[in-house]
Write a protein that binds this ligand. Structure first.
Ligand SMILES: [Zn+2]
Length: 282
């Protein structure tokens, strides 16, 4: 590949940046459209009924039922038109109970919290009406060339790659210096997954404590979308729903635009580098 003169390179970089900005904006609009859909509203209505448990209670839940996915009390399940199955034992957690009383001597109001042991149940212990879900469709297209390019990007960054079936709902895992990709999907889906995990590798291992999972997923999926779009693979059908499920919206995507654009450009540059080792042909 001929080396571009410096001004040509600057023009190309500027052009790529404005293309990326436009693509992120298009994805942000698609994310907001998912969030505005009736299915998504139904999903959020149900999600709002599930309590956000404290760290201590989360630990209690997982120590008693490691495979729990969605936990609620007996009455909440009833309101969601689901019944706890016969013979199921509750998961014991502590419910905070605030109290308030008037001090007879001082006339002041005193308040505090005590904890009561209560039972909750995982969705797998219940039966009844299905909970609303937001479908995150797979990318069904083939993209063998892009997948091969991204494999080279991982190699050039000394990231160990493993293609293998992955249990559970994840399609890939970033493990700091190593990435697993579930290879039981189309190569377009695998390429999208690999781009997503490459973004996690580049962005989310340094200063790990400063990112929420929500922000990390928004950024990684946006980078994957931009990289795939650059190589003519449209992943918006999956990316928009994925980001919406992680609480992303157009506003939060714009706030992360610079990080998304820089990371995507880095991956695109590396993916466009020639496949052949120059030293070998020199
Ligand atoms: Zn991720």
């Amino acid at each position: 590949m001929a080396t571009l003169p410096a001004t040509g390179r600057a023009d190309k970089a500027r052009e790529l940046r404005s293309t990326i900005d436009r693509q992120v904006e298009a994805l942000a609009k698609a994310v907001d459209a998912v969030r505005a859909s009736a299915d998504f509203k139904a999903y959020l209505d149900v999600q709002a009924r599930f309590h956000r448990y404290s760290w201590c209670n989360t630990m209690l839940i997982y120590s008693q039922r490691p495979d729990a996915t969605q936990v609620a009390g007996y009455q909440t399940w009833k309101k969601l038109k689901r019944q706890v199955c016969k013979g199921e034992h509750g998961i014991r957690i502590f419910a905070p109970c605030p109290w308030k009383r008037e001090n007879a001597d001082t006339g002041e109001t005193e308040q505090g919290i005590f904890f009561r042991c209560v039972s909750v149940f995982d969705v797998a212990q219940t039966d009844g009406e299905a909970l609303p879900v937001v479908v995150v469709p797979n990318v069904e297209a083939a993209a063998d060339d892009l997948l091969a390019r991204l494999v080279r990007v991982a190699e050039s960054r000394s990231i160990a790659l493993t293609f293998k079936p992955i249990d559970g709902s994840a399609y890939g895992v970033s493990k700091k210096g190593a990435i697993d990709v579930d290879d039981s999907h189309a190569t377009g889906q695998q390429a999208k997954t690999l781009a997503h995990e490459l973004a996690h590798e580049a962005l989310h291992w340094e200063d790990r404590g400063t990112f929420t999972r929500t922000l990390a997923e928004l950024e990684a999926e946006s980078v994957a979308y931009v990289v795939c779009r650059h190589f003519n693979l449209d992943t918006s059908i999956r990316s928009a729903a994925y980001i919406a499920l992680w609480n992303g919206d157009a506003k939060s995507m714009r706030e992360s635009l610079a990080r998304i654009a820089d990371t995507a450009r880095g991956i695109i540059d590396d993916a466009e580098a020639p496949a052949v080792d120059r030293k070998a042909v020199a």
